[in-house]
Design a protein around this ligand. Structure first.
Ligand SMILES: Cc1cc2nc3c(=O)[nH]c(=O)nc-3n(C[C@H](O)[C@H](O)[C@H](O)COP(=O)(O)OP(=O)(O)OC[C@H]3O[C@@H](n4cnc5c(N)ncnc54)[C@H](O)[C@@H]3O)c2cc1C
Length: 393
């Protein structure tokens, strides 16, 4: 068994790290405080061709898979952006490019993938609703067929990146949840042109004030009698679950990668501070109460990374990867939280000052334990699907 990353992934690591070396922790802190998209990094990622990493070569992309995308996300996050800002990278290169490369019609692939590869177009993903988060199959946003169009009505919440997206991957019901057998039947994924829908007054959105991850706004979205051409269905009508699993598994893997990067940066700053800060005439890192939790975090990071790369490797081979994606997401998010929490303790009172990066890292790390899927739902999957225990719901 060979655990070395392939040269393709190592090249991604070097390329992204080269760009990120020009942007320090203060840069990311400023983006967060000013609530602004990291335009400078984004422009460099686009120029270097990194936004099209997973777009097939025939459409002008890098032709790489989820493993390389995960390595790119982890490297970006570990450079200092941490999970909150690395999410920017998941929205288009992840949701848009990966999904359309695998499930887009020839026309969708031909028209959109080349522009996603250059960054000319961006995407967002809209699944969650006020009454359907963990219970994703319970969504009620409905797409009614009317000739060669669908007419959509519903509400979404937490939809991140709507402001910049030209296209939204909108998950709708074409059979109401109560009538669908099995419940995963009757879902349809639509490509919605956001600026056109906004201009027609059929889609409006409202940013949600957030405790962190403010480089990328999240929104409540209202959709009212929006007409979408039937040609904009991704995959098949009523069979959207197949597309959805191929969005949700990569999402878990990429957000595990971004959480892992967040854990790495938190551990790095904590270790540095523990070496430099002297109390009672010696570095605080000499105290095992400070050192052991950081050592434990290091072990958890290494373990989570193994599962992350395995899950991505499986996805790239079109093999079942749900359980591995879930374990990667669970363990990476927990590592990120523990890293940020122990970094906080290591910094003492200074952690509370926004002049240091720890408060931002802590707020970022907390997201991973509830989104895009909560820890409890991941554990439910492992308990029922893997261990065969009875379902609680
Ligand atoms: C910053 C951020 C960005 C996001 N971006 C997007 C996006 O771009 N697109 C999108 O579609 N969504 C997005 N989301 C939404 C996210 O996917 C949901 O918040 C998440 O799926 C959880 O759903 P919920 O918030 O409705 O929690 P709920 O489903 O209401 O759960 C509340 C609590 O109850 C627990 N719970 C529920 N059922 C059970 C059970 N059976 N057993 C044990 N515990 C249970 C949950 O684990 C959780 O702790 C984002 C969320 C955040 C915070």
């Amino acid at each position: 068994m060979d655990f070395t990353l392939p040269e393709s992934a190592l090249a991604v690591q070097r390329g992204i790290a080269d760009i990120c070396a020009r942007y320090d922790l203060d840069y990311w802190q400023r983006c967060e405080t000013e609530k602004r998209w990291p335009e400078e990094v984004w422009a460099e990622l686009a120029k270097g061709g990194w936004l099209g990493l997973a777009v097939p070569e025939e459409y002008g992309g890098g032709g790489q898979g989820l493993l390389e995308l995960a390595v790119a996300t982890e490297t970006l996050s570990a450079s200092g952006s941490a999970g909150g800002s690395a999410f920017t990278y998941v929205l288009t290169p992840g949701f848009g490019a990966l999904t359309l490369a695998r499930h887009g019609s020839p026309r969708q692939r031909g028209e959109l993938l080349p522009k996603l590869a250059t960054g000319e177009l961006e995407t967002c993903f809209a699944l969650t609703e006020p009454d359907a988060g963990s219970n994703a199959l319970g969504i009620s946003t409905f797409a009614r067929r009317d000739g060669e169009e669908f007419v959509v009505k519903g509400q979404k919440v937490w939809i991140t990146g709507v402001q910049r997206a030209t296209w939204m991957l909108l998950v709708t019901r074409t059979i109401p949840a109560a009538e669908a057998k099995p419940r995963s039947n009757g879902l349809t994924v639509l490509l919605v042109n956001v600026p056109e829908a906004v201009a027609a007054g059929r889609l409006t959105f409202q940013p949600i004030p957030k405790m962190g991850a403010n480089t990328t706004p999240s929104n409540t979205v209202f959709i009212d009698e929006l007409r979408v051409p039937a040609a904009n269905v991704v995959g098949e009508v009523d069979q959207g679950a197949r597309v959805l699993w191929d969005i949700l598994n990569p999402e878990r893997i990429l957000l595990a990668a971004s959480a892992l990067g967040g854990a790495e940066v938190a551990l790095r700053v904590a270790v540095q501070y523990a070496k430099e800060r002297e109390v009672f005439g010696r570095p605080i890192g000499a105290n095992q109460a400070i050192a052991f939790p950081l050592a434990q975090v290091k072990a958890k990071i290494e373990l989570a990374r193994l599962m992350l790369y395995k899950a991505a490797w499986l996805f790239d081979r079109q093999r079942p990867c749900g359980t591995e994606a879930n374990i990667a997401k669970l363990t990476a998010s927990q590592a990120a939280w523990e890293a940020a929490d122990h970094a906080f303790q290591t910094y003492g009172g200074m952690a509370y000052s926004l002049e240091y990066p720890v408060a931002r890292l802590l707020a970022d790390a907390r997201i991973g334990r509830v989104a895009p899927v909560t820890e409890e739902l991941l554990l439910n999957h492992l308990a029922t699907q893997v261990l065969g225990l009875p379902r609680s719901f």
